[in-house]
Design a protein around this ligand. Sequence first.
Ligand code: ADP
Ligand code: MG
Length: 310
Amino acid sequence: MVEKAPAPERPEPIVEVNNLSKIYGGERRLFGAPSALLKAVNNISFDIAAGETLGLVGESGSGKSTTGRVLLQLEAPTSGDIIFRSKNITGLSKRMLRPYRRDMQIIFQDPYSSLNPRMTVGDFVGEPLDVHGVCTGGPERLDRVAALFRKVGLDPAFMKRYPHEFSGGQRQRVSIARAIALNPAFIVADEPITALDVSIQAQIVNLFQDLQDELGLTYLFIAHDLSMVRFLCHRVAVMLRGRIVEMGPCEAIFEDPQHPYTRALLSSIPIPDPDIESTRRPLTFDVSANLPPDDAVLEPVGDGHLVMRG
Ligand code: ADP
Ligand code: MG
C-alpha cells in the first residue's frame, strides 16, 4: 500500500452540500393514505476541498448512495443546496447542468451491471468522448482510449474485448477509465471495491490514489467497510439513518471516535493479526434506541472533528 498523499491545506471547497434532505414516499394513491415518508437523507451538510477524499461510511440503508446521487443531481433533493466550484447548481435544467456533468462523475459498486455487455470495453470507455463531442472518432479517439487504458493499468490490446472476458477488478478499471475520460474534477465512488475480492481491493484503492496524485481528483468515497477508508480518505463522515453523526479528519475518526455508532462500526473491522483478532469483540449499537433527535446538531470536539450529541 502506498502512502496516501498528505491532506491538503483545505483550500476553497470544490463541493459543498448545505442542509441537504431527500425524502421518499408520500405519493398520493388512488385509495387509502399516501405512502409513508422516508427521510433517506436528513439535513446533512459537508464540504470537500479540491484534491481531498471524503469517506462517507455507514451501514447499508443509511443514505450514502442517495447522498451521492443527489449531489450529482441525478435526482432532485427535497431541500437543501449543492454548490460546485462556488456555484449553486441545485435544480439547474439539463442544459445548464451539461458542463457540470463533465466535471462530476460516478463509479458504481458493481462494475458488471454498469458495463454494457454488448459493447466492447474500448467503446464503453470512449463513449463519453463521443457524447460530449470531444474528438471526432478515428485515430484520435483510439489514441485517447488507449491512453485511458494505460492510465488505469489495462493493456490497450484489450480494447476490442467484451466485459464478460474480464475479471471483477479489471472491469472496475474499465469503469474508472470511462469516469476519467472527460478529465473530471470530482468523482463519487459508490462502494467501488465492495464487490471485489479482498486481494483486489487494495489494488483498486491504490489506483484511486495514483489517479488522485496524477490528476488532482477530488473524491467522495462511499463505503460500508471501513478498512480501506483509512488508507484512502483524508476526512470521514459517518452516516446513520440519513444523518451525519460524526465527521472529521481520518485520524481523529479512527483513533478517537466519539459517537457510539462510529465506535461500533470501527469495532467490526477485522484485524490482520490472529492473536488480536481472536479476542476482538465487535460492539453492538442499537439503532432504534439511539437515534439522534431531529433537532440534534453536530458539535465541535476537536480540530475539524464534529460529533452529534443527544
Ligand atoms: P445506502 O447507500 O447507505 O445503503 P441508500 O441511499 O441506498 O442507502 O438508501 C437509503 C434509504 O432510502 C433506504 O431505506 C432505501 O430503501 C431508501 N431509498 C433509496 N432509494 C429510494 C427510492 N428511489 N425510492 C424509495 N426509497 C429509496
Ligand atoms: Mg448504497
